[in-house]
Design a protein around this ligand. Sequence first.
Ligand SMILES: Cc1cc2nc3c(=O)[nH]c(=O)nc-3n(C[C@H](O)[C@H](O)[C@H](O)COP(=O)(O)OP(=O)(O)OC[C@H]3O[C@@H](n4cnc5c(N)ncnc54)[C@H](O)[C@@H]3O)c2cc1C
Length: 312
Amino acid sequence: MDRKSAFEKAFLERVGTAPSKNVPLSALSNFGIGGPADLFFEALDEEELARAVSVAFAEKFPFYVIGGGYNLLFDDAGYRGLIIRNRLEGIRREGSCLNVLSGTSLSRVLSTAVAEGLTGLEFLAGIPGTVGGAIYGNAGAYGWSIGDFVRWATILWPDGERKTVTRENLAFGYRDSVLKKKPGIVLKAALLCTPGDKAESETRIKEILGRRWAKHPPHGTACAGSYFKNSCSATGARIAAGQLLDQAGARGLSVGDAAVSDVHCNFLVNKGNARAADVLALAAELKDLVERKFGLRLEEEVIYLRADASMI
Ligand SMILES: Cc1cc2nc3c(=O)[nH]c(=O)nc-3n(C[C@H](O)[C@H](O)[C@H](O)COP(=O)(O)OP(=O)(O)OC[C@H]3O[C@@H](n4cnc5c(N)ncnc54)[C@H](O)[C@@H]3O)c2cc1C
């Protein structure tokens, strides 16, 4: 029996469901790009997720956990291992905290907060994806990031250990957390809000969505949000990557069907049949342009998942 078949057998025995085979990753990424994953599994609850991870760890079979696929660029070759999609969903209020399962969408978290009269999370308006993905990359906008609100999070480490840690242990930074250095899977988290006025929250959300719609590509565009992180100047201030790209001459550039958005230079979009190779070539060209003009090297915010990557 080959390695993949042996793993499928072990997975079925341990998890109770067989993983799907040859699943196109393009359908799981907002970019609409990516070849087939050898194996794919959607975990609907914590135990299912923990069992899937533990069998992959025990069998030393490559695996990777995804949320909504809004910040990922998959490989044209797909993935040589098991992709686990986190579908753990649910929210419970406890005092001023919302205790959320990590596969819950940010939009559901925000609408629950508003309905409960809890404020602070309005900055999440219009950011797609799950709580787990947001904590991984410390997603944010307009001066706030999710890490500012995390009180604790329960992490599943690939070896099976589950640990609840406080915000300090997650080492949040600009689009950064400890999980980028030490792979672990967020299972749930508590977001600490402030009791406040529902109408004020709604007004703030409208204002934020208005700002987004005015300067971002239209809803439904195949992309992964801002492709590059904002850059750090010599004084430590952040300079918008979109501005640097615009001034360096990025507007109108494309490779194959991968193109710089007409609306915002930091959004790379798939105009139809872009391949990951096209996006990567365009991104490399853009980094060189900015470096030549400003002496700054842009860093990717979007995560490129190579076919042979793994969380172990
Ligand atoms: C139109 C558009 C607008 C956007 N605007 C913003 C914005 O304003 N601000 C911003 O910060 N981002 C923005 N993004 C990017 C994206 O929405 C965020 O990065 C979001 O947090 C991704 O969540 P996800 O569930 O889709 O993660 P995925 O794309 O599925 O995964 C991203 C990374 O998170 C990891 N991950 C996912 N779930 C977990 C988990 N449970 N535990 C540990 N790691 C996990 C994955 O392994 C992967 O490395 C935008 C994207 C789009 C398409």
